[in-house]
Design a protein around this ligand. Structure first.
Ligand code: SF4
Length: 580
């Protein structure tokens, strides 16, 4: 019997020779996609000691294993490389349609190597039914993401989608993201693979955009069509009945709860609560839908969660999408910018320039905290992005390079990072298990690596919880599922079994997650990282928040290290969701 994956391919793009080769995808890797596949490729092909912005770094674009299938909310695309920010391995994944479009064409990965001799040149990659072509793209040089996509898609069929970088990626700023167009008529570059400077690596390779057009290619065919279709229906029904309420209004709805838990950081994390949190509550954004338009929507085809908000300005014109909890926290509360409309403008600027809103918000907060500009100066923050970053001034480069860069330049003492990457909103002081994730994940300070929203958990139980969610998240990031769908390991096995037409056990799926973590740790070891790197900024241990400033990150080293030694699975492990 011919399987859907028998003809799968890998695209290799050599940016030194400006050449393309197409290879068969190894059948031994058929269960791997996204983050796990990216880690395997990087471990095999990328020198971990290389200059992240030099020719020896490898940029992997890998759709999840189930991307391009009828599994709900399963089309995410991973970008992997050595990070210019953390100097370790990096994976950042994103919604939008390019992941599914690549998989419909049978491409399991795009591996970009080398660097053009002429660093002023820009290139575009076209991927469609006719093949793969590298073309000059100098006339897109310096373009902001929205204008770029409009121009590139103007004469393209509706089936096409775009992966692109903005000026921040071209300038190789360490907070640079990679944008993907979302699933609506306008096909906006509103979805960002944001963390770790993946956009800087794409920029270092001279690749400005990738245009993917699957034309009328159909969804990938499962081996056991009936079984797969039955489980898709069963899962979707159960999801709608019991879980949809969790993310119906998107992540911005968690602002009040996070504030209550002291994990809505304020003024560069000197407090865990914001006295004006209600102004940044996602409820304000939803209220605006009635008078201005805007809505909740699905950022990629086949998503049954639809947690992404489309935000309009006072005149009813599109402003940005999606305005998430992390962005409201880092670009808003952390900078004491307490008006969601200002944050919406800052979010749009970040998406235009191609910048991570977490890293950039943290960098601006550090700049404010070191007396670079007043707290709450929204107009100043917009100018920093639209002028300083865009024009590449020294200040703009430091902001674009992230919290550690601007903090170091200003000799500031409070720089909340782990492995050089800005901490996300979820604070490690009330949430110890999440703090253990920030310390031990090869990715550095990243809530998507393993979030545990449980302030009561501590000690060994926190280390075990951290490890379990790190495995669950590694699985999720490898399958193409969005973490907001929240599939458990058991549910993932139930999708894999009919798709591959063979029994795939929950233990096999868990092993994919653990092996992914082990590959990432191995890469970082070879890059020269040591146990000392499994830590976070000192200010998280010395500066408390909450009642009498008593909440500190005070987890002993031996507990932190437990998260990297595989523990027996608890019964709860099989029911854990990647969404925290
Ligand atoms: S759940 Fe939300 S973020 Fe995830 S794919 Fe759907 S709309 Fe996008």
């Amino acid at each position: 019997m011919e399987h859907a994956w028998d003809q799968d391919k890998i695209i290799r793009v050599d940016m030194t020779r400006l050449s393309i080769t197409i290879e068969d995808f190894p059948s031994a890797w058929k269960l791997l996609g996204g983050r796990a596949l990216s880690a395997k490729i990087l471990l095999a092909e990328c020198d971990p000691t290389c200059d992240p912005l030099g020719p020896d770094n490898v940029l992997v674009m890998a759709p999840g294993t189930l991307s391009g299938t009828a599994a709900p909310t399963s089309g995410r695309l991973s970008f992997g490389c050595k990070s210019p920010l953390t100097k370790g391995i990096k994976e950042a994944n994103v919604g939008g349609n390019p992941g599914q479009d690549l998989m419909k064409l049978g491409y399991r990965a795009v591996i970009v190597t080398g660097q053009p001799a002429d660093r002023e040149r820009r290139y575009g990659l076209k991927v469609n039914e006719s093949g793969v072509e590298l073309v000059p793209a100098d006339d897109y040089k310096g373009m902001w993401n929205y204008a770029l996509c409009e121009k590139l898609l103007a004469d393209q069929p509706k089936s096409a989608s775009v992966i692109s970088i903005g000026p921040a990626g071209e300038m190789m700023l360490k907070g640079a993201s990679i944008a993907c167009t979302d699933d609506n008529k306008a096909r906006r570059p509103a979805r960002q693979a944001a963390r770790g400077g993946v956009g800087a690596v794409m920029g270092a390779k001279g690749l400005k955009w990738v245009l993917v057009d699957p034309a009328k290619r159909s969804l990938r065919r499962p081996d056991d069509r009936k079984g797969f279709s039955a489980y898709v229906k069963e899962f979707a029904k159960d999801y709608r009945a019991s879980r949809h309420a969790n993310f119906k209004y998107g992540t911005s709805a968690v602002v009040p709860a996070a504030n209550m838990l002291h994990t809505f950081p304020y003024k560069n994390r000197t407090e865990g609560r914001n006295p004006e949190f209600e102004q940044l509550d996602g409820a304000r954004i939803r209220e605006s839908f009635e008078t201005r338009g805007g809505e909740m929507h699905a950022c990629m085809a086949g998503c049954i969660v639809s947690c992404s908000n489309i935000v309009h300005d006072k005149d009813g014109n599109y402003k940005t999408s999606a305005l998430e909890f992390e962005t409201l926290t880092l670009l808003g509360s952390c900078c004491a910018i307490n008006n969601w409309e200002d944050v919406a403008e800052l979010d749009r600027l970040c998406d235009e320039l191609g910048l991570d809103t977490i890293e950039t918000g943290a960098a601006i907060a550090v700049y404010m905290d070191s007396n670079g500009m007043p707290w709450g100066d929204a107009e100043g923050a917009k100018k920093l992005l639209a002028e300083d970053v865009n024009n590449g001034t020294e200040l703009g480069r430091n902001i674009g390079d992230g919290a550690l860069a601007i903090g170091t330049a200003r000799k500031h003492h409070r720089i909340p990072v782990a492995k050089g990457q800005a901490l996300p909103a979820w604070d490690p002081r009330p949430l110890k298990a999440t703090g253990i994730t920030y310390c031990t994940s090869a990715q550095g300070g990243d809530h998507t690596a393993g979030l545990v929203i449980d302030p009561k958990i501590s000690g060994e139980k926190a280390a075990i919880a951290s490890q379990e969610v790190q495995i669950v998240n590694a699985v999720c990031d490898s399958t193409g599922f969005c973490m907001f769908l929240g599939p458990t390991i058991e549910e993932t096995a139930k999708f894999f079994t009919p798709f591959f037409g063979e029994t795939v056990t929950r233990e096999q799926i868990a092993d994919i997650g653990w092996e992914c973590l082990a590959d990432e740790w191995e890469f970082n070891d070879r890059a020269g990282m040591t146990l000392a790197d499994d830590s976070m900024a000192e200010c998280m241990s010395t500066e408390g928040i909450g009642p009498e400033h008593s909440m500190k990150f005070d987890v002993p080293e031996e507990i932190v290290r437990m998260a990297k030694v595989r523990q027996p699975a608890t019964e709860k492990f099989w029911r854990r969701s990647p969404a925290g």
